[in-house]
Design a protein around this ligand. Structure first.
Ligand code: 13P
Length: 340
């Protein structure tokens, strides 16, 4: 795979008006999502739900890529077409989550380290043969009393860079995801400080491990007030603080920043992205790689019932369309009410 092809894939994932659907919930996480709508999580119910999302008519106008989970990349649509092939056929780029989850970090109470580097080179080969063209690895940084430690930040940054280097070697575009969790009562200033320390470590490790910045994407949190903080920053402040933080740390060679939603409401995630794009231009494309914020209305509308598939697809299409508008700063709250 030429470096040119990797650059093109990275740029295609952040093409104007388009963003990424994160549909890579692990078995544990998708069970939690299904529990919330009273649906049993089985291999077939998970397949049917992902099938619904991927076959949504016209959603390829707004969705450039989909992140799959190990089980999902091996599954097929109702007509027998493997999911990666189905997505490619719609002009949507298939990707794959390759980390093995965040586990307790030794000697660091309350902190996590993401596992999955052992055997990764071989797994990447297999995922490429199954049709993946990009990869994702999520690190988790928690804000609390006396944490995060520099130890936790740098251990995770090192692993992210090892993942990114291996992905590029395998001809896959890495999406580097250092997620600073926004759970807690911390202020937006503390979010700024921790996100800043995290991005400093991540880009130092990426550079030291010779990762090509023009052949990767960054998937970060936005800089928000902790969800339980009594004082909540408004969209303009969120946009300004997030951009200030990223301008300090993210090289202009990185083609795009694709935000995670991280537990924001679907509307907040759209409003915040829109506010950032409304004050552009920026050195990088600013886009979305949302899981919950793209899927929440569809999941609710579906409720596990085949007769609700079309309503769920309409809900997903509508949410994708609104986030597409936020890519150019042209979203307005009135658009929420317009039917898909
Ligand atoms: P959320 O948008 O729900 O945070 O999910 C994105 C993701 O891929 C987390 O790893």
């Amino acid at each position: 795979m030429s470096t040119q092809a990797l650059k093109e894939t990275a740029r295609a994932l952040v093409a104007p008006g388009k963003g990424i659907l994160a549909a890579d919930e692990s078995s544990g996480t998708i069970k939690k999502r299904f529990d919330s709508i009273g649906v049993e999580s089985t291999e077939e119910s998970r397949r049917a739900y992902r099938d619904l999302l991927f076959t949504t008519p016209g959603v390829e106008e707004f969705i450039s890529g989909v992140i799959l989970f190990d089980e999902t990349i091996r599954q097929s649509s109702a007509d027998g077409t493997p999911f990666p092939k189905l997505l490619e056929g719609k002009g949507i780029i298939p990707g794959i989550k390759v980390d093995k989850g965040a586990k307790d970090l030794a000697n660091a109470p309350g902190e996590k380290i993401t596992e999955g580097l052992d055997g990764l080179r071989e797994r990447l080969e297999e995922y490429r043969s199954l049709g993946a063209r990009f990869t994702k690895w999520r690190a988790v940084i928690t804000i609390g009393a006396g944490i995060p430690s520099e130890y936790c930040i740098w251990a995770n940054a090192h692993a992210l860079a090892r993942f990114a280097a291996l992905s590029q070697e395998a001809g896959l575009v890495p999406i580097v995801e250092p997620e600073v969790l926004m759970d807690g009562d911390h202020t937006i200033d503390r979010s700024f400080d921790v996100t800043s320390r995290t991005l400093h470590a991540v880009f130092t490790e990426l550079r030291d491990q010779r990762v090509h910045f023009d052949q990767m994407l960054l998937k970060p949190n936005m800089v928000l007030s902790g969800y339980d903080c009594p004082e909540q920053a408004g969209p303009e402040e969120v946009a300004e603080r997030t951009l200030e933080c990223f301008r300090r740390h993210v090289p202009a060679a990185v083609p795009g920043i694709v935000f995670l939603s991280g537990g924001q409401s679907d509307e907040d995630a759209t409003v915040h992205l829109n506010a950032m794009n409304a004050i552009g231009p920026h050195p990088w494309q600013l886009s979305f790689s949302y899981g919950r914020a793209l899927q929440a209305p569809a999941l609710k509308a579906w409720g596990g019932r085949p007769e609700n598939v079309q309503a769920a697809q309409r809900a997903f299409y509508h949410r994708a369309k609104l986030n597409s508008a936020a890519r150019s700063g042209s979203y307005t709250p009135e658009m929420e009410k317009l039917a898909a």
